[in-house]
Design a protein around this ligand. Structure first.
Ligand code: MV4
Length: 595
């Protein structure tokens, strides 16, 4: 096994990889940019090296510097995580060629072969894996695209050869749209992937996105760990993923899993990978292979009990997978909620800021993968995902219930996608599992999103109040029952944690305290004015039935050789007078009850 591993990444996935290393007794090396000097992954690592300025292109994407650091640190392996350099075959090849450093991932040859989409389609066809009807060679002209439109029937998709994740994809609904779409797909392919080749597929209007997790070792074992359903996406960004897919029956599940195994075996693929499919009308079609660990690998771990990152490391070190396919059992249900620093009420715009609060949930079936803590600054330099909440339960229905519970206890001091997730947990289409990849973009309205944020925002302002409506929340006790009270008026704030002791503006030297006031100047429930310290009643100024105004003196107490006016904390009527002139009272004794 490796002795020291460099993680060429940041954030939660860097910590995820390092935690697997820790369990395997592998030392860890972090790299970080100037923006990440205090980041969680730097803290977690045994050693850490600065690799450049904040822009990723000058730090996390600088492969040469990262390999230099690996040499300097004496690391014998590099794990790329996801994003950044993870699917860069040229970088993988440089690591393979570096003396004494192993690449934790598939071979650069397999990455190249599958990265070219028509080639990947040919490999799958050779392995008898169904692909979406379309071409397995690039198309050269708009005229050729029109012929394909006639052959498959519109709509069709023109996709960039080097594409993925929705970039470089154009949907065409008729002959007249072909010319522009063809040229624009080529331009995007060139701009994003340095490759202007494009190909054509029949476009499926409302498919499910189902992907199969694969593990393959260098000794010929290829396993699938079941599938994930990632159909809930917004503009090609996954937001909630789950395993198993609610869209598959056991026959389809077995067929899609075996197809994925055949496909990666055909590609001589090793390490962890994901085969993506579209599923529509009980049929599945290969879409692409992701040659990396994915954000949502966690849900497969939760339902199989297999530590996928650990197996990645073992495979890269030349070890054998310790399972056969028959050993893999899918148990229960898991969902992952991406907690992004984004405001769903503002087009999911990023919400950088300081985490005045960060208090994630815990308890049975709840897993948090993150690399942040209270007080951290969320800068705008990188991806907005700040944590993943992964919830596991015996059934999908119980997973929904448990997710509701967990999300209700997730406090984050900036606007996040949490209100969006809570909206989805109330959404009939999502709850029944009927949602397809176009559901969010076509069905969930801006008004629904705004209402969800209004209702469930976790962003905390300086007063410790949540939500946008109130700025002065108080905790009060009324006859022993605790209430959280939203105060909308402009009142002096409670100085201590017992909530509202001074609300209502008592006179200087008051030795009374009160509960039950909203602070808005009006008693809302039965409200005992109590003595704040031991003393003697000098005079009682009110009788039952009297109306008193806020701040009106209800009695006078002598305590510590001083006369103290006890005032009504809020307006109300006197329900009861508990003391008479000359009585001695203890701290906490009721004096007058208002209502
Ligand atoms: C498709 C498709 C329908 N038919 N291809 C989007 C991301 C990229 N990986 C491929 N994508 C799609 N390809 C054909 N032939 C629909 C999508 C698609 C999609 C796929 C998965 C998840 C979300 C999606 C959202 C819109 C479109």
């Amino acid at each position: 096994m490796f002795e020291k591993l460099l993680v060429a990444n940041r954030g939660e996935i860097a910590v995820r990889v390092m935690s697997a290393c820790e369990e395997l007794g592998i030392e860890t090396v972090a790299v970080y940019s100037d923006a990440d000097r205090d980041a969680g992954h730097v803290d977690y690592a045994d050693e850490a090296y600065n690799v450049g300025p904040a822009p990723a292109s000058e730090s996390y994407l600088d492969g040469e510097t990262i390999i230099e650091v690996a040499n300097r640190a004496g690391a014998d392996a590099i794990h790329p995580g996801y994003g950044f350099l993870a699917e860069n075959a040229a970088f993988a090849s440089q690591v393979e060629e570096a003396e004494g450093i192993s690449w934790v991932g598939p071979s650069s040859d397999a990455m190249t072969a599958l990265g070219e989409k028509t080639n990947a389609r040919r490999i799958m066809q050779a392995a008898d894996v169904p692909v979406v009807p379309g071409t397995t060679e690039p198309v050269e002209s708009a005229a050729e695209v029109r012929e394909l439109g006639a052959e498959f029937g519109y709509p069709i998709a023109i996709k960039a050869e080097g594409g993925g994740g929705g970039r470089g994809m154009k949907i065409v609904r008729g002959d007249d749209e072909v010319e522009d779409a063809f040229e624009s797909a080529k331009r995007e392919g060139e701009a994003y992937f340095d490759n202007d080749s494009v190909y054509v597929e029949k476009f499926l209007e409302a498919p499910k996105h189902v992907e199969v997790q694969i593990l393959a070792d260098e000794h010929g074992t290829v396993l699938h760990l079941g599938e994930r359903d990632c159909s809930l996406q917004r503009r090609h960004q996954k937001v909630i993923e789950e395993a198993p897919s609610p869209a598959l029956d056991s026959r389809l599940r077995e067929a899609i899993g075996n197809a994925a195994r055949r496909g990666v075996r055909e590609a001589d693929y090793t390490n962890a990978g994901t085969v993506e499919f579209l599923v529509e009308d009980g049929e599945f079609y290969f879409m692409e292979v992701n040659t990396r660990i994915q954000v949502e690998h966690t849900v497969s771990e939760e339902v199989t009990g297999i530590d996928i990152v650990r197996e990645q490391l073992r495979i890269a070190a030349g070890e054998e997978l310790p399972y056969t396919q028959d050993d893999i059992e899918i148990e229960g249900h898991a969902m992952e909620f991406r907690i992004n620093a984004e405001n769903p009420a503002n087009g999911f715009a990023p919400t950088p800021g300081t985490l005045s609060t960060y208090d994630p949930p815990g308890g049975l079936g709840v897993r948090i993968d993150d690399a942040i803590t209270k007080g951290d600054v969320i800068a705008g330099d990188y991806d907005s995902m700040i944590a993943k909440l992964i919830v596991r339960a015996p059934t999908r229905v119980r997973c929904l219930e448990r997710s509701r519970r967990a999300l209700a206890h997730f406090d984050v001091g900036v606007e996040t996608t949490i209100p969006f997730h809570r909206l989805m947990l109330d959404d009939e289409t999502f709850r029944t599992g009927a949602h397809t990849t176009n559901y969010l973009d076509e069905t969930v309205s801006d008004d629904d999103l705004a209402a969800a944020v209004e209702r469930w925002s976790t962003a905390v302002d300086d007063d410790g109040a949540t939500g946008s409506g109130s700025t002065n929340d108080l905790v009060v006790e009324v006859e022993g029952q605790r209430f959280d009270v939203a105060v909308t008026g402009d009142v002096p704030r409670a100085a201590s944690g017992n909530g509202g002791a001074d609300a209502g503006g008592s006179a200087t030297g008051s030795t009374a305290s009160s509960t039950g006031s909203t602070g808005s100047g009006q008693v809302t429930a039965s409200d005992a004015v109590t003595a704040e310290m031991q003393g003697t009643v000098l005079s009682v100024n009110v009788s039952p039935g009297d109306q008193v105004a806020q701040g009106e003196v209800v009695c006078v107490l002598e305590a510590m050789k001083m006369e103290n006016d006890v005032v009504a904390p809020a307006a109300g009527s006197v329900a009861d007078v508990a003391v008479a002139d000359g009585d001695t009272v203890d701290m906490g004794d009721p004096l007058v009850v208002l209502e």
